[in-house]
Write a protein that binds this ligand. Structure first.
Ligand code: AKG
Ligand code: FE2
Length: 310
């Protein structure tokens, strides 16, 4: 369990900072003295001014947006290959349960089947930023490709992709097209990464329960607990109104999800790349099992999240 000390008030969000005794364990941008550490790197010529500003923003807000980071041409090639793959393997994809929804469900680890997706996952443009965020080398873990918004309720990825020490996960969310506001944009809660991690034990999910009940117990215990954290701390969300090639990186503990798909016909072509850092333990907190690197190739993701009519 990480010990935390209260660090003050920012808006209505209480800011917790990890205890200094853990500093050599935790990601450098999570430490109390991240400002000094960033300045030291800059003075040592290991980081330019733009990178220092990006690190400061990430440390404070828990996310970072880099416009047009991925080349349009690579995105077009990757999506074309993914579409071909989808057409040839439709049986592996879950189709939407909602008749008026024209889009298939998400697909896991597409990089194992579509070389251009692997090229994006492993691109130096992304890895340069994730290395910088971790202060360590990055270990690419997983990709999720989607034609549409997920409407996934707010969560921190640390319940799904956990590290010991905590915080050594980050994700890059990449838009393959200019997005329409009604498509169910990515929704995130700035600064929520500084709140305590909420893991299975904290929400009363017992060992073995996930194996038996799968996401029923997650929905019953975890999601309401996150909703309560949001309400209690008065967290306000932002929507990622992305244009093609824009990338949003989020912190291991930043709360996020998929916004309301007001117009089911609007696509939201996107890719999420999840990254761990090297030399940390990587596991799945809900089941207690080690993270499965390179595994579960090409698995269509069952629609876990019901479409909301608001
Ligand atoms: O794309 C979204 O709407 C959310 C995806 C997400 O939460 C994830 O991949 O970790
Ligand atoms: Fe997530």
């Amino acid at each position: 369990m990480i010990e935390r000390v209260s660090g003050g008030i920012v808006g209505r969000l209480r800011v917790d900072r990890v205890d200094m005794r853990e500093v050599d364990q935790i990601p450098w941008l999570d430490s109390h003295d991240y400002m000094d550490l960033i300045r030291e790197k800059q003075l040592a010529g290991q980081m330019d001014k733009e990178e220092a500003l990006a690190c400061t923003f990430f440390a404070e807000e828990g996310y970072l947006i880099i416009p047009e980071l991925i080349d349009s041409d690579l995105l077009d090639r990757a999506w074309e290959s993914y579409e071909d793959f989808y057409q040839q393997n439709r049986g592996e994809f879950f189709e939407s349960a909602i008749p008026e929804d024209p889009w298939p469900e998400r697909y896991l680890n597409t990089h194992n089947c579509v070389p251009e997706i692997k090229e994006i996952l492993e691109s130096s443009k992304l890895l340069h930023i994730t290395d910088m965020i971790f202060g360590r080398k990055t270990r690419p873990f997983q990709t999720i490709t989607s034609h549409k918004g997920t409407e996934q309720p707010a969560h921190s990825d640390s319940i799904h992709m956990t590290t010991d020490p905590p915080g050594y996960l980050t994700a890059a969310w990449i838009a393959f097209e200019d997005l329409e506001p009604n498509c169910g944009l990515l929704e995130y809660y700035p600064r929520s990464h500084r709140l305590p991690y909420l893991l299975s034990d904290d929400v009363g999910i017992e060992g073995g329960e996930f194996q038996e009940q799968k996401y029923d117990v997650y929905k019953r215990n975890y999601e309401p607990a996150v909703a309560e954290v949001i309400a209690q701390n008065g967290l306000e969300s932002k929507l990622f109104q992305a244009r093609k090639g824009d990338v949003l990186f989020w912190h291991a503990n930043l709360l996020h999800g998929g916004g309301w798909r007001r117009d089911l016909h609007k696509s939201r072509k996107s890719l999420v790349c999840h990254y761990f850092a090297e030399e940390v333990r990587c596991y799945h907190d809900l089941s207690g099992l080690p993270a499965h690197f390179g595994g579960e190739t090409g698995v269509g993701i069952e629609p876990l999240f019901k479409h909301e009519t608001r």
